[in-house]
Design a binder for this molecule. Structure first.
Ligand code: PGA
Length: 248
């Protein structure tokens, strides 16, 4: 049995005080040790949240990193800086980065390469748009997004987590049904077996993301190929997030 991973993506939300309060409330809760919890606050709050979680089982993630190693790239935060700051994970390929910041597969590949070279664990996001689902091309689109994994050597399930996030379900309150999500996760696992290896496919953590809430978490996690969640909106409410963790 794979353990469950529940990752909180705070996106560009919370003030410093709100972030500190939120993590304090989460730390007051409890959850089974088989559930691994990751929190991804905005860059500037990484040190504060890191300090707050230091004696806990919660792990720290950044929400992105630069496609450049270092140099004259104003505003960019490199993978090296994250690793130097003892950040463990980085979320890459989130649909908001792809859509709002024109992140291409080439850029994404550069980021993944640098993150892995710095020993960061990657949470790799992908998923189809509403139009693509309506047209019935969602499996093809997801397979295309997974294709870049063929170029990555020595993929290890512990260090490279996958997050299927149908774009139409992110922040919309509309979730993929457990059956829809499971169907796609089973497809992803099959693809991983041929693109990477049967061993990786079997061990891979495939998270679901897209309006995961306390009332739908359990039915999603009951599915055999769903290994947890990447949670946006509901991760900003400690009560809701703790309920999701405990469903895992
Ligand atoms: P959501 O966001 O839970 O608010 O839909 C998920 C995500 O974007 O990772």
């Amino acid at each position: 049995m794979r353990p469950t991973i529940i990752a909180a993506n705070w996106k560009s939300n919370t003030s410093k005080a709100e972030g500190k309060h939120l993590i304090k409330q989460i730390l007051q809760g409890s959850w089974p040790s088989s559930c691994h919890v990751i929190v991804a606050p905005p860059f500037v709050y990484l040190p504060i949240i890191q300090e707050a979680i230091q004696d806990s089982a919660i792990m720290l993630s950044a929400q992105d990193c630069s496609e450049y190693d270092n140099g004259a790239y104003t505003g960019q935060v490199s993978a090296k800086m994250l690793s130097d700051s003892k950040v463990e994970y980085v979320i890459l390929g989130h649909s908001e980065r792809r859509a709002l910041f024109n992140e291409s597969d080439e850029t994404l590949k550069a980021k993944i390469g640098l993150a892995r070279a710095q020993g960061l664990k990657v949470i790799f996001c992908f998923g189809e748009q509403l139009e693509e689902r309506k047209m019935g091309s969602h499996f093809v689109i997801v397979s295309e997004q997974l294709a870049l994994l063929a170029e990555l050597d020595d993929l290890d399930a512990e260090d490279f987590v996958l997050a299927y996030e149908p774009v139409w379900a992110i922040g919309t309150g509309e979730t993929a049904s457990p059956e829809q999500a499971e169907e796609m996760h089973a497809h992803i696992r099959e693809e991983l077996s041929s693109i990477v290896s049967p061993k990786f496919s079997e061990q891979a953590f495939i998270l679901y993301g897209g309006s995961v809430k306390p009332n739908n978490a359990q039915s999603l996690f009951d599915m055999p190929n769903i290994d947890g969640a990447l949670v946006g909106g509901a991760s900003l409410q400690a009560d809701d997030f703790l309920k999701i963790i405990n469903a895992g």
